[in-house]
Design a protein around this ligand. Sequence first.
Ligand SMILES: *[C@@H]1O[C@H](CO)[C@@H](O)[C@H](O)[C@H]1NC(C)=O
Ligand SMILES: *[C@@H]1O[C@H](CO)[C@@H](O)[C@H](O)[C@H]1NC(C)=O
Ligand SMILES: *[C@@H]1O[C@H](CO)[C@@H](O)[C@H](O)[C@H]1NC(C)=O
Ligand SMILES: *[C@@H]1O[C@H](CO)[C@@H](O)[C@H](O)[C@H]1NC(C)=O
Length: 381
Amino acid sequence: MIGFLVFSSIALLPSCSGSIASPCNFPAIFNFGDSNSDTGGLSASFGQAPAPNGETYFHAPAGRYSDGRLIIDFIAESLGLPHLSAYLDSVGSNFSHGANFASAGATIRPQNTTKSQSGVSPFSFDVQLVQFSDFQKRSQFFNKQGIFEKLLPKEDYFSQALYTFDMGQNDLTAGYKLNLTTEQVKASVPDILSQFSNAVKKAYNDGGRAFWIHNTGPAGCLPYVLDRFPITAAQVDKYGCATPFNEVAQYFNQKLKDVVSQLRKELPSAAFTYVDVYSVKYTLISQAKKFGFELPLIACCGHGGKYNFNNLLRCGAKIKENGKEILIAKSCQNPSVRVIWDGIHFTEAANKWIFEQIANGSYSDPPIPLKMACHLSESTD
Ligand SMILES: *[C@@H]1O[C@H](CO)[C@@H](O)[C@H](O)[C@H]1NC(C)=O
Ligand SMILES: *[C@@H]1O[C@H](CO)[C@@H](O)[C@H](O)[C@H]1NC(C)=O
Ligand SMILES: *[C@@H]1O[C@H](CO)[C@@H](O)[C@H](O)[C@H]1NC(C)=O
Ligand SMILES: *[C@@H]1O[C@H](CO)[C@@H](O)[C@H](O)[C@H]1NC(C)=O
């Protein structure tokens, strides 16, 4: 049932030179996405993700919904680049090696509700692309002036950079929040993906040539979904995940893979890598023990209930008692052996493990390592 990619007849086309391809030496990363890769966008706009977020690595809230680093942080580190500053964060940011346009709660399609109504971010994918375009144009003017030379990317970085994407989860859950049936959510996928494709083409038009695209994870294994949506016993798989939500995610991923193939055909001078993060996350959750993790469906940081998740008292929530604020949605003892951080996002330990699985290309189509993702090579389909 889990769509492990089977690689056969792989032909790595050497890029230009005719010899073995060399590493890309990406000078920058431009990232687009939701909370899975937000390094401070939503925090800069709507207030910091509260402590204990950030406790493991940053030792303070750091704009991330995790105890520490995200997959995008490990991607940056592995390429020898600094962690990405959030485009929306005007304090202490340094964009010389890239920028992060991701925002927690972001969807691919703009939603017809506000953040206060439904929790969705106003910084949907189309908006993130407008921000990127503006950033690209304006930085080329300012990066020749004084201090900005050391804060903004060089002009040629835009064509040499790695463009990373991790989006879709919130589009699917947004449908369920509107009480759509699974069939109705599925029916919205073509429109979601056509908007995804258009946005990627905008990044291409602004100079992007290397695209690294994560598919969407098994949302049906997240406490956030398990706790808040009605799920019958028959809809739970043997690991405790909600099958309808995972099937929709897999359906989305199948279609996303087709869209990426189509982009490859339409834009033959760009390299597109589709990364099956779903399978990696599902493997981790379903075989947690084997990989040194425990309690894969229980949030590390939260408050009460079957999954240690309460949507009204999420990680970092405080209550007032006798005029004093006390933290009641606390971290667990040992986040380094836990998979799920706050009921929605992964721990740093899980993010690191996931990164290690995807970095060498074994979950990618075409199956080339991250550091080679600028090279044109044949996909397996
Ligand atoms: C928002 O409303 C418009 C007009 O009814 C509709 O076409 C569009 O699909 C809606 N967007 C979403 C994400 O539901
Ligand atoms: C921004 O970061 C780069 C790379 O880490 C560094 O070389 C540069 O000096 C930094 N800019 C400022 C103004 O500190
Ligand atoms: C969805 O259904 C629930 C339960 O029937 C209801 O309370 C809620 O208002 C509905 N939401 C929307 C957006 O229609
Ligand atoms: C990729 O890395 C993972 C994790 O280190 C490892 O288990 C796997 O065997 C590697 N695959 C290949 C094809 O090198």
